[in-house]
Design a binder for this molecule. Structure first.
Ligand code: 0A1
Ligand code: ZN
Length: 881
């Protein structure tokens, strides 16, 4: 485990390397516990660099076996090697030379899942961000691009499949039951994109012919027997390849594209050039085992990794501060892909929900950082919702500001200028400035300033003058390391709606700049006056969620209700309804804490019923409207002094009121929506299931009876309906036999499939109430559970800590203590996983005082532990602030 060296990395300290490594040749002699890696690096000294400058290579837990320069060994003073560093001082005068390094590594004991490790008997690698240095000594940074040739030797029985990046060159048999394969990747790449996989795997194959006629072999490798479960991923891959050609003009550039699913993986997947490695959760799906959410996740992640081939691989990042250059942009691209494959509006609402649930709290808490951070202690801790999701929102705003055509022109210019390079955010922005002729320097603050801007909005209608005036004010709170903020360029998409529900086209607009349907707020405070407005309009602001901001508007309740029913923008409709519902829920929390039952506005209950029954609306949209803001959404909106029990009580009261009022409508909709025909994962069918399953929850509350959920659970022919019914049974009727029987039946049926059993762990970990802790503790003893496996750990411990507000935030602090113990257990094995889990405590300061003190004490105990990884130390110290 890497422990803290106290080193702080700063963007302003960036300096290019003295040496380059244009070519790298690697030979792997694979053995489970003793793998030998021979690296031949052709090194080039940069112009102007003196030969006395040593070559300093990165390492991590490495054992050097042999070292030569230009084929000759070095004297004892010629180099210095530690597990973390190889410094070669004795270098030839000429500017090109060869360094040959042999290291020994142990893939079996590598539980960090960084570098070369074994997962279920399969050798695989993970090199982003700094894992390559766990394989051999190297200039392990993204601005050192090299052409790789890789030879893999392994036991034929243990590893019949031998894969690396690029195209296959040759393969053959060796003595002693061993064989080899050679791969060559012609595209220069940074070390973080290196990959190797070797093992006994099944696969499915297909092919894709690019627009310019290159035939690409596509293979997806999975555990034997799971091949049929990879078909949907293959379909998503082909659709992604077509889409990137059509929408961004980007073609694939190798003869092979391989995807491998492994069961031990710290993240979702990895875009290694020509050899993507996936968490099997994002590959395997069939009706029997995967929910609609799983299918959508697979489609998105397959697309994301594929899209990285251009945004990340062909153009990579100069340094890790520029991480959002590849991640934010690639998330934007995968969002657009899913929007085109599914319902755009539903997809956008889902994105907004995710952003608010994950990125807003990050931006509002002690871990807040700019989309492009200026400093870090541990880069692994910056694969965050801010870099990814807010990074994507920033790209989306560029498109909103420039319009689709200029945006595409800017992207084309960026690809043209920087193909084969390691670029920066400045390069990216410059491409749009040059393509559009527009200046984006103020806009670039979105990359620099952390925190979620807030918009205060007020309105005035003057019937005599026929003018409608909007006053806008932006503010941005201090965040760690940034106390004073400058005003940002915020694009606000808008509409002014007349009483007939149609948008009014104003005669003119004065004040803040307005282009088409976008108001450009640039100053701290600005006014826009629209003329030619005959009747008082209802304004819809932030249509499509055009900027990642919060908005405090003085819009009356009646206007919000009008918007919820009439806005032509579905995102606007949903936002208005969510605002109304939050208002009720927050008022309810106050009353519960004052010992009174919540009072609920009958109008709002009626509104929910009207939307549910509106056959003109997408089922998926109706499902989103029926899903009330979650407990953590309510907590976030309240902001401080949170009592999660009161939040739950308020939410449950609203569910009950809606359910009881609409029980008949909901029951007939539920029956009408019953599945007909064979299962299909398409968006429309998925929407129908989502809608019906949200009705099931309401009906179970109204009927106060588990039989409907029980019947659905046992009759289900797909995992979406089965898992939804199980959720209702366990969360609402957890102590009843029906719930216990369903859990037992699920375990009996899927007990051999850990990935499916994650759903079983999650549903129990998220059952509300103080009793959850004991259940989670007991489940840790389950034969399938292991803290060594990231998916299992996230399913049980992660779900408990992030999706069980009342269970995790028990008033006695017992769950925080358990959590601290668990983090300290995971940290020595897998620091990345431990650090990620620990972020579940980032909002501890907004809890009510008793819980807050318990949470602080648990964090302090972690901080005080004897030996912490750099990862956990960084998170815990920033969290405590
Ligand atoms: N670049 C990947 C994410 C990723 C980052 C670090 C990893 O190390 C464990 C793994 C994957 C992506 O954006 O998909
Ligand atoms: Zn990515």
């Amino acid at each position: 485990m890497r422990t803290d060296t106290g080193q702080l990395f700063r963007l302003e300290d960036y300096r290019p390397t003295d040496y380059l490594i244009p070519q790298t040749s690697l030979v792997f002699d694979l053995h489970p516990e003793r793998t030998i890696v021979r690296a031949v690096l052709s090194v080039e000294r940069r112009e102007g660099v003196n030969a006395s400058q040593p070559l300093v290579l990165d390492g991590d837990e490495l054992k050097l076996v042999e070292l030569t320069v230009n084929g000759a060994p070095l004297g004892d003073n010629g180099y210095q090697a530690t597990p973390e560093r190889l410094e070669i001082a004795e270098l030839p005068e000429e500017d090109r030379f060869t360094v040959e390094i042999t290291t020994e590594i142990n893939p079996t004991t590598n539980r960090q899942l960084m570098g070369l490790y074994r997962s279920g008997g399969v050798y695989c690698t993970q090199c982003e961000a700094e894992g390559f240095r766990r394989i051999t000594y190297f200039l392990d940074r993204p601005d050192v691009l090299s052409v790789y040739t890789v030879r893999i030797e392994a036991s034929k029985a243990e590893a019949p499949v031998l894969l690396s990046n690029g195209n296959p060159v040759k393969s053959g048999t060796l003595d002693g039951g061993r064989h080899f394969a050679v791969w060559h990747d012609p595209h220069p790449k940074p070390s973080y994109l290196f990959a190797l996989v070797a093992g006994d795997l099944g696969f499915i194959s297909d092919s894709f012919t690019t627009r310019s006629g290159r035939k690409v072999d596509l293979n997806i490798y999975v555990e034997h027997g799971k091949e049929p479960r990879a078909l949907y991923a293959m379909d998503a891959l082909k659709r992604s390849m077509t889409w990137d050609e059509e929408v961004f003009g980007r073609e694939y550039d190798l003869d092979v594209f391989n995807v491998v699913a492994v069961s031990d993986f710290n993240m979702g997947a990895m875009e290694n050039k020509g050899l993507n490695v996936f968490n099997d959760k994002y590959v395997l799906a069939d009706a029997e085992t995967a929910t609609d959410t799983d299918y959508a996740g697979i489609e998105a992640v397959i697309a994301h990794e594929y899209f990285h081939n251009w945004t990340g691989n062909r153009i990579t990042c100069r340094d890790w501060f520029q991480l959002c250059l590849k991640e934010g942009l690639t998330v934007f691209r995968d969002h657009e892909f899913s929007a085109d494959q599914r319902s755009r509006a539903v997809k956008r609402i889902a994105e907004v929900k995710t952003l608010k649930a994950h990125q807003f709290p990050e931006d509002a808490g002690p871990l807040a950082h700019p989309v492009r951070p200026r400093q870090y202690r541990e880069i692994n801790n910056f694969y965050t919702a801010t870099v990814y999701e807010k990074g994507s929102e920033v790209v989306r705003m560029i498109r909103t500001i420039l319009g689709a055509d200029l945006f595409r022109k800017g992207m084309d210019l960026y690809f043209e200028r920087h193909d084969g390079e390691a670029a920066t955010i400045e390069d990216f922005i410059k491409a749009f400035e040059d393509a559009s002729g527009q200046e984006l320097s103020q806009f670039a603050l979105w990359y620099e300033q952390a925190g979620t801007p807030n918009l205060s909005v007020s309105y005035d209608y003057d019937p005599a003058e026929k003018t409608f005036t909007i006053e806008l004010e932006q503010s941005l709170k201090a965040t760690p390391g940034q106390s004073r903020k400058k005003p940002m360029h915020i694009p606000i998409q808008f509409g002014l709606i007349g009483s007939d529900g149609k948008d009014i086209i104003p005669a003119s607009a004065t004040g803040a700049e307005v282009t088409g349907d976008v108001i450009h707020l640039r100053k701290r405070r600005e006014t826009v006056r629209f003329t030619g407005i005959g009747t008082r309009p209802v304004p819809s602001l932030l249509r499509g969620f055009s900027a990642p901001v919060t908005m405090a508007s003085e819009l009356p309740q009646d206007d919000l209700k009008f918007l919820a029913l009439n806005d032509s923008d579905p995102v606007g409709r949903w936002q208005a309804l969510a605002k109304l519902l939050s208002g009720v829920l927050i008022a309810g929390v106050k009353r519960v804490r004052g010992g009174k039952p919540p009072v609920i506005d009958a109008d709002i209950i009626g509104l929910v019923g009207r939307i549910a029954a509106d056959e003109t609306l997408d089922a998926a949209f109706r499902a989103l409207c029926l899903t009330l803001p979650g407990e953590s959404d309510i907590a976030r909106e309240i902001g401080s002094n949170i009592d999660p029990d009161a939040v739950l009580a308020s939410r449950e009261a609203l569910i009950k009121a809606i359910a009881e009022t609409h029980v008949q409508t909901f029951a007939s909709l539920y029956d009408k929506l019953a599945n007909k025909g064979a299962f299909s994962p398409d968006a429309e069918s998925a929407g129908r299931r989502a809608f019906r399953n949200s009705l099931l929850d309401y009906l179970s509350v109204a009927e106060d009876n588990s039989s409907r959920a029980e019947a659905q659970f046992h009759a289900a022919d797909n995992m979406t309906d089965r898992a939804a019914a199980l959720g209702v049974l366990v969360h609402r009727f957890g102590d009843e036999t029906s719930a216990r029987d369903a859990l037992a039946a699920f375990e009996k049926r899927f007990g051999d499939d850990p990935l499916v059993m994650d759903k079983w762990f999650i549903v129990q970990a998220t059952r509300p109430g103080a009793g959850a802790l004991d259940r989670v503790r007991a489940l840790m003893g389950h034969r399938l559970f292991s803290l060594d496996n990231p998916n299992r750990t996230r399913a049980l411990i992660g779900a408990f800590a992030t999706a069980n507000q009342t269970g995790f935030n028990r008033a006695d602090g017992a769950a925080y203590n358990f959590f601290a113990d668990t983090i300290l257990k995971i940290d020595p094995e897998n620091p990345q996983l431990a650090a990620r889990l620990l972020t579940a405590l980032r909002s501890w300061r907004s809890l009510e005082p008793v819980r807050r003190e318990h949470a602080r004490a648990a964090l302090a105990r972690i901080a005080g532990a004897e030996k912490l990884s750099t990862d956990v130390k960084d998170i815990v110290e920033r969290t405590l602030g």
